[in-house]
Design a protein around this ligand. Structure first.
Ligand code: CMP
Length: 139
């Protein structure tokens, strides 16, 4: 059964381009409530670990460099059917393929600098949330 939480990061390009507030607004307006949130910068070790599943991909080095290049916002979000509904809200990984009205359509620069992360399964959502937040930072 689907759980009702997912995990997101607003990525360095979204912050750098001044889109943090507008993206958080879109998330709240879509019916998600914020259960944890922090403004932080990933270390190289954290980014490598978070994206370890992509370690063999040709873009891994570029991805780690980009994700550590500036601050991010990490958050745990709650809503019925959270993982699937959030992936619908953010749109396709490649903004050129993202639907009208999605966060990536509005704010992503490219497939690499794509503004926002959304967990792709309930299991990853739980693991990614715990990766970023201590128990007393989750509400
Ligand atoms: P995300 O879905 O958050 O997690 C994996 C990330 O890898 C993805 O967002 C993109 O930022 C990045 N990514 C995926 N495919 C490519 C690619 N072909 N080139 C560069 N980066 C990519």
């Amino acid at each position: 059964m689907a759980t009702n939480r997912t995990f997101t990061m607003l990525k360095p390009d979204a912050i750098e381009n001044g889109h943090m507030g507008k993206i958080i607004d879109m998330i709240i307006n879509a019916g998600f409530s914020i259960k944890a949130m922090k403004y932080t910068q990933l270390s190289e070790a954290q980014a490598k670990e978070f994206y370890a599943v992509h370690a063999e991909r040709p873009f891994y080095g570029e991805l780690v460099e980009y994700m550590t290049s500036g601050p991010i916002v990490a958050a745990i979000l709650e809503k019925d059917n959270a993982v699937a509904d959030f992936r619908t809200l953010i749109g396709a990984t490649n903004p050129a393929e993202a639907a009208e009205g999605t966060i990536r359509k509005a704010y992503a620069e490219s497939i690499g600098r794509n503004a926002v992360h959304g967990s792709d399964s309930d299991e990853n959502a739980a693991n990614e949330g715990v990766f970023h937040f201590a128990a007393n930072e989750i509400f």
